[in-house]
Design a protein around this ligand. Structure first.
Ligand code: NDP
Length: 277
């Protein structure tokens, strides 16, 4: 019944689109660092959440660290597309955006998740120039250029949506941040966690969130920083951490799904709690 109602109401506006039986556009998402840890779990759960397309971006699609992602993509070839994307390499970002652009429908890209990151384990006294550059290249400059290269697709999505206001179904950038990038929380985290290059770069990522939210507000593209909790991944230190990837991503997707313009430019954790900058 629903499908026939949708079919009966189609006009040129819906041409090339991907709708559900209620006539809603099914969102299309891209996640960076999607081959393991939180990124891989996010692809799995976006798939369960019925995204029309999930672009799973990773720097080495054919490598051993991407085997689980390749298996997932093989099982869901219509939805999951693996895209080669090294966020520390501006040429790779450009190439990936070209490829994604050629595969996107006319409804654009609704959700961009800047998840990929590195954590050089160094303190203020031991960090080398290279450690600082690696952290900044991957954790701040990467997300900046990813946003810039994918901006036109986000704008297309915002324009194609008939929904009022801002939402992740319309157009949103989610920057995966951390409590150790918070200038309020960091002084309270007891050493010996050697997070120096990471913390400083994530504080920079938080400022990127504020800029993005301000500069693309008129385009109705929402942007927020999201702390996933302390999660059992390679970066999180495995079983030492407090929660597993499923719990973290379920929480993050629930927060992402409830976003409106009120949260634009904000910093939240995976339970929806406001984080101090
Ligand atoms: P993991 O170390 O498990 O995974 C990191 C991911 O980032 C991998 O897919 C890795 O790919 C990818 N990556 C690293 N550098 C690049 C690059 N140059 N280009 C593309 N991909 C890259 O980390 P988590 O899953 O735990 O972390 C995901 C996000 O969550 C990060 O932003 C992190 O800062 C944040 N976070 C995590 C916490 C935790 O407790 N786990 C706590 C707070 C924040 P590859 O396999 O190729 O190395």
């Amino acid at each position: 019944e629903g499908m026939l109602r949708v079919i009966g109401s189609l006009t040129e506006k819906q041409h090339g689109g991907f709708l559900d039986y209620n006539g809603e556009i099914l969102p299309c998402a891209l996640v960076t660092g999607a081959n393991r840890g939180l990124g891989l779990e996010m692809v799995k759960q976006l798939l369960e959440a019925q995204c029309s397309k999930v672009f799973a971006a990773c720097r080495d699609p054919d490598g051993p660290n991407s085997e689980a992602l390749r298996e997932l993509a093989k099982k869901h070839p219509d939805v999951v597309t693996i895209v080669k994307l090294d966020v520390a390499d501006p040429c790779s970002i450009k190439e990936s955006a070209k490829k994604v652009g050629s595969l996107l429908g006319r409804n654009g890209l609704n959700l961009l998740v800047n998840n990929a990151a590195v954590l050089p384990q160094k303190t203020m006294l031991t960090a080398t120039v290279e450690d600082m550059q690696n952290a900044f290249n991957t954790n701040v400059i990467g997300p900046l250029f990813v946003i810039r290269e994918y901006l036109s697709y986000l704008k297309t999505a915002a324009k194609a949506s008939s929904k009022p206001g801002m939402s992740c179904d319309k157009a949103a950038v989610i920057n995966i941040s951390t409590d150790s990038g918070s200038m309020t929380i960091m002084p309270e985290i007891i050493d010996p966690f050697p997070f120096f290059p990471y913390s400083i770069s994530k504080a920079g990522l938080n400022m990127l969130t504020v800029y993005t939210a301000r500069d693309f507000k008129a385009d109705e593209i929402l942007c927020m920083s999201l702390h996933p909790g302390w999660v059992k991944t390679d970066m999180g230190g495995g079983d030492m951490a407090l929660i597993d990837t499923r719990e973290s991503v379920e929480g993050m997707l629930s927060v992402i799904g409830s976003l409106t313009e009120k949260q634009n430019g904000g910093f939240f954790d995976y339970t929806g709690k406001t984080m101090p900058w």
